[in-house]
Write a protein that binds this ligand. Structure first.
Ligand SMILES: [Zn+2]
Length: 379
């Protein structure tokens, strides 16, 4: 079994009923796993300490988050990205965010201690938080704090981000480091938040050549996405030779996602999760930590993350979702207007996108340019 990290209080990380980053997604996932008879016994993590947070965050940001935890933003909160539409403040926000960080740190520590080769953190993935700035629904950057734990122990970490948004926070925090490789596949920044993640963002100083970005065209479908992944990720790992992978498994590149424009089906997610495990085996002694991330269509997100869980546990994939679970949630007031699909997988499909060939060609060209630039730093 792959150990699972989770705490019931993860649901306290909640920006309010109308905010897309809703804890309902995890509640749905948990109840689905339960209905499938597969609910894991989770390890409950402790919150990250202030000392942990300070390994990547400026004390001024932590002070403001602590102050905002009364539920009222401090006067200069916006300079730190707090009290904004994306990151509104809420009572208890510091404790809620610290617990998610603690979960990802625990997952990495579990691997460092040799208790398991792979660990699944059923939460976290807050990849937009930066050194001194909360952003994009992310207060603290659990991924970077956990990565820092590993690099402080002398390990080399390859961070792979399949969330549809650029993994900017993680990239910038480790931008000058040669012990962290970041690879982000995302919808290109000219079309989507946070606007970065261009091919030429390759790192700085000692970190030059250690940052890989694959900006994809809106309308990218399964085949082109998989091709891009295969053109970049194995080669980068082969060059870097990590001790450990940290993978952010945002589900918002799915075609149903309302905030972005990539068109992946669940089949590509299943393919990705298997490919990432195989890459961990080949390049990192099997060591990998998986976290959640974005994902704003509840139906798609719960199915993608159920696949993540079932595939990591080597469990058989059910075709249909349990009828009682569907009935229970379909009538839930929080899911008004959402249709839950009856099957775990999407029907395999190609979307009738105008210029699908041109999109695939542009993605191929992006990969070619990226690898042409990156290779100079590796030979
Ligand atoms: Zn995202």
């Amino acid at each position: 079994m792959v150990p699972v990290i989770h705490h019931p209080d993860y649901r306290a990380y909640c920006f309010g009923p109308d905010h897309p980053f809703s804890p309902l997604r995890q509640q749905l996932l948990w109840s689905l796993l339960d209905a499938l008879g597969q609910a894991p016994e989770a390890i409950e993590p402790a919150p990250a300490t202030r000392a942990d947070l300070e390994t990547v965050h400026h004390p001024d940001l932590i002070d403001r988050v602590e102050a905002a935890s009364s539920g009222t933003p401090p006067p200069d909160a916006e300079r730190f990205g707090l009290g904004t539409p994306d990151v509104p403040v809420f009572a208890g926000m510091d404790a809620a965010a610290r617990l998610l960080v603690g979960g990802t740190v625990h997952a990495v520590q579990h691997v460092l201690d040799g208790h398991a080769r792979q660990v699944l953190q059923l939460g976290g993935g807050l990849h937009h938080a930066r050194h001194r700035l909360a952003a994009g629904f992310c207060v603290y950057n659990d991924l970077s704090v956990a990565i820092r734990r590993a690099t402080s122990a002398g390990r080399r970490v390859a961070y792979i981000d399949i969330d549809v948004h650029h993994g900017d926070g993680v990239q910038w925090i480790h931008y000058e480091e040669d012990t962290v490789l970041t690879i982000s596949l995302h919808e290109a920044g000219q079309y989507l938040f946070p606007g970065t993640g261009h091919v030429h963002e390759l790192g700085r100083d000692f970190g030059t050549g250690f940052s890989f970005n694959v900006p994809l065209q809106p309308g990218t479908q399964d085949d082109s996405y998989r091709e891009a992944f295969e053109r970049v990720v194995p080669q980068a790992l082969d060059w870097f030779r990590p001790d450990l992978l940290v993978v952010q498994c945002g589900a918002d590149a799915h075609w149903q996602d309302p905030l972005a424009d990539l068109l992946l089906t669940t089949h590509t997610y299943a393919w990705l999760f298997r490919a990432l495990r195989a890459l961990a085996d080949e390049y990192a002694g099997g060591r990998a930590v998986f976290t959640l991330g974005g994902g704003y269509d509840p139906d798609a997100t719960v199915r993608v993350w159920a696949l993540l869980y079932l595939i990591l546990q080597d469990l058989e994939l059910p075709e249909a979702l349990p009828a009682a679970w569907l009935a229970e949630w379909q009538s839930h007031p929080a899911l008004q207007g959402v249709t839950l699909r009856e099957r775990l997988h999407d029907a395999p499909r190609r979307f009738a996108v105008h210029d699908a060939e041109a999109i695939a060609r542009q993605n191929r060209e992006v990969c070619r340019r990226l690898m042409e630039m990156a290779v100079r730093y590796w030979y």
